[in-house]
Design a binder for this molecule. Structure first.
Ligand SMILES: Cc1cc2nc3c(=O)[nH]c(=O)nc-3n(C[C@H](O)[C@H](O)[C@H](O)COP(=O)(O)OP(=O)(O)OC[C@H]3O[C@@H](n4cnc5c(N)ncnc54)[C@H](O)[C@@H]3O)c2cc1C
Length: 409
């Protein structure tokens, strides 16, 4: 049975336009290594070039206002852009950029006009990419417990401390962070939000060796780092949203990270796996087995429900629809169904799904990576426990006063 919803005439014209454009503009050599951890510098640079071309077309962050270099496109066209990038084996943006995905909407809500003019076009045009630096060795789920400080000194703030599990491979032009600006202040009222150029003296990036970078497949994330700040002087005008107001500013990007705006273009590997099952491999057609067919249908349903939750949230966020628990509902489901799908893939493909061996690894090892990422994806962007905590606070189980959603507009 085919659950696809047909494009309207206008959507189908736009889809064709995107397809033709991508064919002409994806630089040669942009093929994705299966594991983003293996992305070479050259491949990364091809993706950055594609990012700049998409930016010139206003398609890199197609939902952002045109005034700042976005496309101001309606939701269905944004979905098409994500789907067509997915068809080409890429994500939108075609590399890891927490700046466009989360910092830009945050600056749109909390930044001054000067901040918007200075930061947003650079991000939307793909001229910079940014990392998100929140977690510290002693503060992950309890983000308000961070210890890194930024103390005002003349025209600058001086930053000292450490962030962990952050960033990706091949560097970034800038990062954004939440740090303590009032060490004596009350919890949640002692923090500020900064945009930081990454070439400032005193910043040291040390790569970490992890199982995977966690659920970032297709975005070129690959690696996580520990980052040390030793007397790093950041100009005071890089503080966004006011001194000691950082917790409020963070509610916007946390809302996005916790799934409040969905996450489009998710189903790449699943679709490829379904296609893979329809062919013969090593003398067998997997779909000859009734059990495999049944499991494959369940797997399709699982992934489709998650995809629809993502589109629903995207639509709600971008149409200013009242929201409450939906972000964490989608995120929790995405994490748990990821594990379940990994198990179903293993049931259908057998031990082949555990190898990236050239001869035996299905989809060049993409299934093996999916299995690894399904495990690490449980943790970043709020763990499954924390998603449950957020949901219960929002629906009035955890607290008497229901927690409010973070502003996305
Ligand atoms: C692959 C990967 C990528 C990441 N990328 C980034 C990034 O780009 N930027 C960034 O800033 N951070 C990043 N992180 C860090 C991530 O956000 C944290 O790991 C996460 O917030 C959890 O924090 P923690 O590891 O300190 O675990 P802890 O907060 O110490 O949690 C440990 C365990 O206790 C549980 N727990 C904690 N509090 C509660 C509670 N109140 N109720 C119930 N259970 C609870 C948790 O669910 C977890 O199982 C990444 C992490 C990973 C693994």
């Amino acid at each position: 049975m085919d659950f696809a919803i047909e494009d309207s005439a206008e959507q189908s014209t736009f889809r064709e336009e995107v397809r033709v454009w991508l064919k002409e503009n994806i630089p040669e050599g942009t093929e994705f290594p299966v594991d983003p951890g293996d992305l070479t510098l050259e491949q990364y640079e091809h993706r950055r070039e594609l990012g700049r071309r998409l930016g010139d077309q206003s398609w890199l962050y197609p939902n952002m206002p045109t005034k700042y270099g976005g496309g101001d496109l309606p939701v269905e066209k944004v979905v098409i852009l994500h789907e067509e990038m997915g068809r080409a084996g890429l994500s939108l943006p075609p590399y890891y950029d927490a700046g466009g995905r989360m910092a830009a909407p945050t600056i749109l809500v909390w930044g001054s006009e000067e901040h918007k003019d200075r930061f947003l076009p650079e991000i939307c045009k793909g001229r910079v990419r940014s990392w998100q630096l929140l977690t510290e060795p002693g503060a992950g789920s309890d983000l308000a417990g961070i210890k890194m400080t930024a103390i005002r000194d003349g025209k600058d703030y001086v930053l000292n401390g450490q962030k962990i599990f952050v960033g990706s491979s091949h560097g970034a032009e800038q990062s954004w962070t939440v740090v303590v600006t009032d060490p004596e202040g009350k919890r949640h009222h002692n923090l500020s939000w900064f945009m930081i150029p990454m070439d400032l003296p005193g910043i040291t990036v040390v790569p970490m060796n992890l199982l995977t970078a966690g659920g970032e497949g297709g975005s070129g994330c690959g690696v996580k780092n520990t980052i040390f700040f030793d007397d790093v002087r950041v100009p005071a005008e890089n503080l966004v949203g006011g001194e000691n107001n950082g917790w409020k500013v963070a509610t916007t990007h946390l809302e996005m990270e916790h799934g409040g705006a969905g996450r489009l273009g998710e189903r790449g590997v699943i679709k490829e796996f379904i296609d893979y099952c329809q062919d013969e491999h090593h003398g067998h057609n997997l779909l000859e087995s009734a059990e495999a067919r049944e499991t494959l249908v369940d797997l399709y349903i699982e992934s489709e429900v998650t995809r629809l939750f993502a589109i629903r949230n995207y639509w709600m966020a971008h149409n200013n629809h009242p929201r409450s628990y939906e972000g964490s509902q989608y995120s929790l489901r995405r994490k748990l169904s990821g594990l379940d799908i990994a198990e179903k893939i293993l049931e259908i493909a057998g031990p082949y799904a555990l190898t990236n061996d050239e001869q035996y690894g299905p989809l060049k090892g993409a299934l093996e990576l999916y299995g690894r990422e399904a495990i690490t994806a449980l943790h970043p962007g709020a763990t499954t426990d924390i998603q449950r905590v957020i949901m219960s606070r929002r629906i009035g189980i955890g607290r008497q006063d229901r927690e409010k959603v973070g502003a996305l507009r």
